[in-house]
Design a binder for this molecule. Structure first.
Ligand SMILES: [Zn+2]
Length: 414
């Protein structure tokens, strides 16, 4: 059960590109970079597409055996809670415990008191190696953080123990995620959250905070990159400190739920990992499905026609498709090309509008975001879509592998 220093949550909406994704991981290995692949899929995705966690397990197992890949790999039950974890227990060995909904719900006064008492030695001046500023921590601050976060971490404890009782200790990786909250966690909040995670006896392998800025689905970071860089560095320093200070795994690392393709922060992330010799789990979402569409468009003929059809239907059902992703997309609807315009596009025009190459003047951020959330349309096409994936498997696989290796792995880990 080894999660390497670097691990990559690759996701795959339709579960057809496992081999092409794994090829990118193998390519990295040939360059001397070991990355643990983790196939992640949330309950929301399964529900929209009509797949089950067993499908993700099968995809991962098949890809790994076809490539004779001998290193560790995982299947991540992404963003689960007590209410839906059971469907994931058998097929998953990585669990992302999502306790965002419990953040801000007050814990019991007696528990808050006990928490402050237990961690009172952190009150006062605190120096964390790697962070220039000295933290001045007051009892009131610890009380406020405990009031806000303790119940959520206790909930994480309940989920963890539920999984542990079914799968056995040490048989899975645990991530605690708080990324889907309104406000980023401050470093001091992170410190006490990690203390609470240790108190609950959760052997967290990864922790996913909410970072500053917007992490819209499938497109680049929107926000102050310098501010992000400072925050990320502080979080890395803090995680290393906490892993030493509290009863937590020594190789605890940050997990960045990127929503995919946050290219402008990859530079600062890579610099910080090197500076601190730190590990990282990077979770992408569904850009592999966009590479499928790019591959279909590049294939021309009925492949291109199918990609155009997905777009036309997506435009007609835009509110329905965007609804579940409201808080993580920013589409300028008026700027979207009409299906009539798109219908005239050739392969290259369609592919370059969708491909995430910001240096290309054809690149269309609005179209990309809409198609990113439009996978339901392809799911509804069923065999028609899957047959096209089979027919154009080679060109699609090339795009999937190149996207992961060139645009993600290289800038982050090399
Ligand atoms: Zn997330």
């Amino acid at each position: 059960m080894k999660l390497e220093k670097y691990s990559f949550g690759i996701g795959d909406r339709f579960g057809r590109q496992g081999k092409a994704q794994l090829t990118a991981i193998i390519k990295a290995k040939q360059q001397g970079i070991k990355i643990t692949p983790v196939w992640n899929k949330s309950n929301r995705e399964h529900t929209i597409i009509g797949t089950t966690p067993q499908d993700t397990r099968k995809e991962a197992d098949d890809a790994v055996s076809a490539a004779a890949f001998e290193d560790s790999y995982f299947v991540d039950a992404d963003h689960i809670g007590l209410y839906n974890v059971d469907a994931f227990i058998e097929s998953s060995d990585f669990f992302t415990l999502d306790v965002a909904d419990f953040m801000g719900q007050p814990a019991q006064e007696s528990e808050i008191q006990a928490f402050i008492e237990k961690h009172k030695k952190l009150i006062g001046s605190l120096i964390i190696p790697g962070i220039d500023a000295t933290f001045e921590i007051s009892a009131q601050q610890v009380r406020d953080i405990a009031a806000k976060c303790l119940l959520a971490i206790k909930e994480a404890g309940k989920i963890y123990r539920h999984i542990e009782s079914a799968k056995g200790t040490g048989n899975f990786i645990t991530e605690v995620s708080m990324d889907e909250t309104d406000q980023p966690q401050t470093p001091v909040e992170m410190l006490f959250i990690l203390a609470a995670i240790a108190d609950e006896g959760i052997p967290a392998g990864t922790i996913a905070p909410k970072f500053t800025g917007r992490f819209n689905k499938g497109v680049d970071y929107v926000g102050d990159v310098d501010k992000f860089a400072n925050e990320f560095e502080a979080d890395v320093a803090l995680v290393a400190f906490a892993a030493n200070e509290f009863d937590l795994p020594r190789d605890l690392k940050l997990s960045v739920h990127s929503g995919s393709d946050k290219f402008s922060i990859y530079g600062p992330i890579a610099d910080t990992l090197k500076k601190f010799d730190a590990g990282l789990h990077l979770k992408t979402a569904g850009t592999t499905w966009l590479e499928e569409l790019i591959g279909l468009a590049m294939a021309g003929g009925d492949g291109l026609a199918l990609a155009k059809e997905v777009y036309a239907v997506a435009i007609s059902r835009i509110d329905e498709l965007c609804g579940p992703y409201e808080t993580v997309i920013d589409i300028d609807i008026a700027a979207l090309p009409t299906p009539h315009v798109v219908d005239k596009w050739d392969s290259e025009t369609f592919a370059s509008a969708l491909r995430h190459d910001q240096s290309c003047q054809n690149y269309d951020l609005n179209l990309r975001q809409l198609l990113h959330v439009a996978y339901k349309i392809a799911a509804e096409m069923g065999p028609r879509y899957f047959d096209a994936l089979d027919k154009y498997a080679d060109i699609i696989a090339q795009n999937v592998t190149e996207n992961i290796y060139e645009r993600h792995i290289k800038p982050l880990f090399t």
